[in-house]
Design a protein around this ligand. Structure first.
Ligand code: AHM
Ligand code: MG
Length: 334
């Protein structure tokens, strides 16, 4: 019988990868894993409970919030607060940073950026949703941490991951030494190592983009879509179009099977739709660690300057060879 390795065991075993670490990062990851299990429980029973629907409030992006967004946001913040290893949480659902100024966390050295429930507009139709998280070390050594500690480039992430609440629930994360995936075994209530050392195929046959926005795309994106649809045996085209509309699910599928996910600028969203801090940077870190590539069409996502908490960025992410070809198509439109 193969040995089951739980997320908790794995995190402890890997602590030796960070000679400077004193266990805080491990505890932080463990806290996120616990909150993920609680959120998973609620997402799974969403259809049964009166928890679906709008919470009545809007988030700062002007989008209506669903109850589970609010619930997930509260759960992750509560877990990070009681864990005591995080001094600031930046959440996609909150306009301002949240300082966890309790006694226990006042000397905490980590910052967590989180999209607590991405793709939440899909919940009422039972489509996978996800949580995306990103961890940074605070820049300042002492005193209260500030927004300045949060606005760091993607290259500064010490860890990033996502949870996909799908046909099974998985937690996938990296600390910059490869990517590992854990599947929640509901019978024991533990995330168990199921996808060690995940690698994205160098190329693939799936392209994921909201083609309904075609008329609003830059010419380079239009040309790349046409390229995906042209027959060519050598590159196994035409590629299949696969778009769930839930970033975590779309990128997770492409990570396993090989493919490209694109959310470009459009005439109505001149900076793209997805958020650099909460969505693009963590996903870029994970995909790069799995051997893939992530750019905004011309520059590496992880190298982009972060000047605003809720900044948006266009993104081309996935199998390295496919992203490089898409980037060539974009060269004349940036
Ligand atoms: P959200 O953070 O408000 O849930 O929005 C992000 C989601 C992503 O999961 C997904 O890739 C994208 O929005 C889909 O957008 P669109 O409906 O424009 O294709
Ligand atoms: Mg989101």
């Amino acid at each position: 019988m193969t040995k089951t390795i739980t997320l908790g065991q794995f995190i402890i075993e890997r602590q030796a990868d960070f000679p400077y670490a004193k266990g805080e990062l491990s505890r932080l990851l463990r806290d996120i894993g616990i909150a993920a299990k609680i959120v998973n429980r609620e997402v799974n029973k969403a259809g049964l409970m009166d928890i679906l629907g709008q919470a009545g409030s809007t988030n700062i992006q002007g989008e209506s919030q669903q109850k589970l967004d609010v619930y997930a946001d509260q759960q992750f913040i509560a877990a990070l607060k009681s864990g005591g290893e995080c001094c600031i949480v930046a959440s996609e659902e909150n306009e301002e940073i949240i300082r966890l100024d309790s006694d226990i966390s006042k000397n905490a050295k980590y910052i967590v950026a989180i999209d607590p429930l991405d793709g939440s507009s899909n919940i009422d139709v039972n489509v996978p949703v996800g949580t995306i998280f990103s961890i940074y070390r605070r820049r300042t050594a002492s005193g209260p941490a500030t927004l300045h500690d949060v606005l760091q480039k993607g290259t500064e992430q010490v860890a990033a991951g996502y949870i996909i609440y799908g046909s099974s629930t998985m937690l996938v994360y990296t600390t910059g030494k490869g990517v590992n995936g854990f599947t929640l075994d509901p019978s024991i209530g533990e995330f168990c190592l199921s996808h060690p050392n995940l690698k994205i195929p160098e190329t693939g046959t799936l392209y994921s983009i909201n083609e309904g926005n075609y008329v609003h795309f830059p010419q380079g994106v239009k040309d790349y879509i046409k390229y995906c649809q042209v027959e060519d045996a050598a590159t196994r085209r035409p590629y299949a179009s696969r778009y769930i509309g839930s970033m975590v699910a779309d990128i997770h599928r492409n990570l396993i099977k090989g493919g490209i996910f694109i959310y470009p600028v459009t005439s109505s969203a001149p900076n793209g739709k997805l958020r650099l801090v909460y969505e693009c940077n963590p996903m870029a870190f994970i995909i790069e660690q799995a051997g893939g590539k992530a750019t905004n069409g011309s520059s590496r996502i992880l190298d982009l300057d972060v000047y605003e908490l809720h900044q948006r960025a266009p993104i081309f992410i996935g199998s390295k060879a496919m992203v490089s070809v898409a980037e060539q198509f974009m060269q004349n439109t940036y």
